[in-house]
Design a protein around this ligand. Structure first.
Ligand code: S3P
Length: 451
């Protein structure tokens, strides 16, 4: 599927179950590998990015069996990796690279990580520098800022580290390396980011303390294999929910989707824009549910949650309503970082100005997503101005079908496909095969709700 042609939708209606969350699937595979005993993962994402994690773990000597919807991993403990015989190929996956660097920082052997052209341009010093402070030796181009990187770990010390950029991947790399350190490691995050690593580490038996913006891992406890069911991916759901918000006459329900409050910023913003959004968490005990409501999207401090509810899951319905422009400030960005491309599409259909500020991290994703989205949407008739880390979109504009480019980025391709549903005439997306990075079923599911 090099080109994808989308024709306008009359309306979108239906109920969906979506593939497993990408972030959580990566973490389940990685933690399963370094735990003792068997980990069974149900509803694990199968996409190219997730395959990068499986391939790397297999090259490190981990046995991974795929049985229908279940992945079974024979964990070999913290020090059970074997020395890889050739470079570990990360493909397009930043999450695999940065999180695996954390685990490899704790190993006494040397391993090299390489990636595709896009990944090789993405910044890695944000991870290699603090891992170096912990004692890992990491070498690579531009002061270990780019792949290929060679890491020789072992003998790590605990550190206190304040994240200079809000990045869950950096936080996660440090917490994973912290499993191997002599002393506790504390990561301070001035702006909260997704907390899947903390939740999953706790679930596998690690000792994690959370106090306000500080997350401390105390090394020592052995990690034990677990049986897990991965929630549906809220970032994949966002494309269909946004489509329902902007195409008149639409209503879409997504069932059993992850509703971790560090990931639901997009739903909050859709609500603020005036969309009809209903979400209900199904899997949390009442006390945690109240806590979530109180915090309304902020990250937790010292929250205890039922082990069976390690990640909140529920159903979300979005129905069309007239939208209005909103301001999205820097503190909200990490909670919807992967949904900003589709939020930009929704903003083209909203009355007034949508101003997104502090979104500079979008420039270092699989593509510069400010450029990729501004280029595609401008070609479709949208009014967008972008400079630095700020994006200003004026709506509503009647979008017109156009020939646009994915910029080799899965989320740009899917966001522009949704724009095509609301446009007049056909939209062709060049480079749509990149969608397989996170969501190979995207087109099939989209067509299933078209009315
Ligand atoms: C991810 C964190 C985010 C996000 C990415 C997945 C993760 O990246 O954009 O798609 O799984 O931790 P950053 O940590 O670079 O913000």
């Amino acid at each position: 599927m090099a080109h994808l042609t989308i024709s306008p939708a009359h309306s979108l209606r239906g109920e969906l179950s979506l593939p497993g969350d990408k972030s959580i699937s990566h973490r389940a595979l990685l933690l399963g590998a370094v735990s003792q005993g068997t980990t069974r993962i149900d509803h694990c994402l199968e996409s190219e990015d997730n395959e990068s994690t499986r391939r790397a773990l297999r090259a490190l000597g981990i046995r991974i069996q795929e049985e229908a919807e279940r992945v079974v991993i024979e964990g070999r403990g913290l020090y059970g990796f074997k020395t890889p015989s050739s470079p570990l190929e990360m493909g397009n996956s930043g999450t695999t690279t940065r999180l695996l660097l954390g685990l490899l920082a704790g190993q006494s052997f040397s391993a090299t990580l390489s990636g595709d052209a896009s990944l090789s341009q993405r910044p890695m010093r944000r991870v290699t520098e603090p891992l170096g402070k912990m004692g890992a030796d990491i070498q690579g181009p531009d002061g270990a800022d780019h792949l290929p990187l060679t890491v020789r770990g072992g003998g790590l010390h605990g550190i206190l580290y304040t994240l200079p950029v809000p990045s869950a991947q950096v936080k996660s790399a440090l917490l994973l390396a912290a499993l191997y350190a002599k002393e506790p490691t504390t990561v301070v995050e001035p702006i909260p980011t997704r907390d899947h690593t903390e939740r999953m580490l706790e679930h596998f038996g690690a000792q994690i303390k959370r106090e306000g913006p500080e997350i401390t891992l105390v090394p020592g406890p052995e990690l034990k294999g677990k049986d897990l069911t991965i929630p549906g991916d809220i970032s994949s759901a966002a494309f269909f929910l946004a489509a329902a918000a902007i195409v008149p006459g639409s209503s879409v329900t997504v069932r059993q989707v992850g509703l971790n409050p560090t990931r639901t910023g997009f739903l909050e913003m859709l609500k603020q824009m005036g969309a009809n959004v209903k979400s209900e968490i199904a899997s949390l005990p009442l006390v945690a549910r109240n806590d979530l409501e109180l915090r309304n999207g902020a990250v937790s401090s010292n929250r205890s949650h039922d082990v069976d509810s390690w990640e909140p899951v529920g159903d979300v319905t979005v129905s069309h309503a007239p939208l209005k422009g909103i301001r999205v400030g820097p503190a909200a960005i990490p909670g919807l970082i992967d949904e900003l491309p589709i939020l930009m599409v929704a903003a083209t259909q909203a009355q007034g100005i949508t101003l997104i500020q502090g979104a500079g991290e979008l420039r270092v994703k699989e593509a510069d997503r400010i450029v990729s989205m501004a280029t595609g949407l401008t070609a479709m008739g949208a009014k967008i101005q972008a400079e630095g880390d700020e994006i200003r979109i004026e709506g509503p504009v009647p979008l017109k079908g156009a020939r646009v480019k994915s910029f080799n980025d899965h989320r740009t391709a899917m966001a522009l496909a949704v724009a095509g549903l609301a446009a007049k005439g056909q939209t062709t997306i060049e480079g749509a095969e990149w969608i397989d990075i996170s969501f190979p079923e995207f087109v099939e599911i989209l067509e299933s709700i078209r009315r």
